[in-house]
Design a protein around this ligand. Structure first.
Ligand SMILES: [Zn+2]
Length: 176
């Protein structure tokens, strides 16, 4: 069914013509087809027909002249209300989704921050440990340094040719 026709069917003019029985044969066929497919129209239409029936059968005082117009207005207002609720529900849904996303992002951000700070702390710890190790090595080296120098000197003296060793010994003895 063409969309323009459906839009027309959802307008007040169409409903007035339909209630007055002023639709053409083709239009009535299309209308009945639409009523099968469109739940909102079907319900409104059935309600209108019921009211119409009520007025037709019951001995009623003369209904207000624009009863159909009033009913249509009421129906339209009701539809607008439902549409508004749908819009509000949509907005609420969007807000909820955004909030959930924000919370998730916040959690991810927190995790990343924690990971980075943990890595940084670990790095600091490693650096501190290395520095401590270095300091300890230096301390050990300082303690060992005189011994190592002494050893080196002894090695040097022992490995020197005899002449040099003798000269050195003489020099040392003379100084004393
Ligand atoms: Zn419809």
């Amino acid at each position: 069914m063409p969309e323009e026709l459906v839009i027309e069917m959802h307008g007040d003019r169409w409903w007035e013509l339909a209630l007055e029985g002023a639709l053409s044969g083709e239009e009535v066929a299309a209308w009945e087809l639409h009523l099968q497919e469109c739940k909102a129209c079907r319900e409104d239409w059935e309600a209108l027909l019921e009211v119409d029936q009520l007025f037709a059968t019951a001995p009623q005082p003369i209904p207000p002249v624009d009863f159909v117009g009033q009913t249509l207005l009421r129906l339209e207002a009701e539809r607008r209300r439902q549409r508004r609720w749908r819009v509000v529900a949509g907005i609420v849904l969007v807000i909820v989704v955004l909030l959930v996303e924000l919370v998730a992002l916040h959690a991810i951000y927190h995790d990343v921050t924690r990971l980075v700070s943990t890595l940084l702390a670990a790095q600091t710890l490693i650096a501190t440990t290395l520095m401590r190790l270095g300091v300890e090595l230096i301390t050990v080296a300082e303690t060992l340094a005189p011994l190592m120098l002494l050893g080196a000197a002894a090695c040097l003296l022992l490995m020197m040719p005899n002449g040099a060793l003798a000269t050195l010994a003489i020099l040392m003895i003379r100084r004393r």
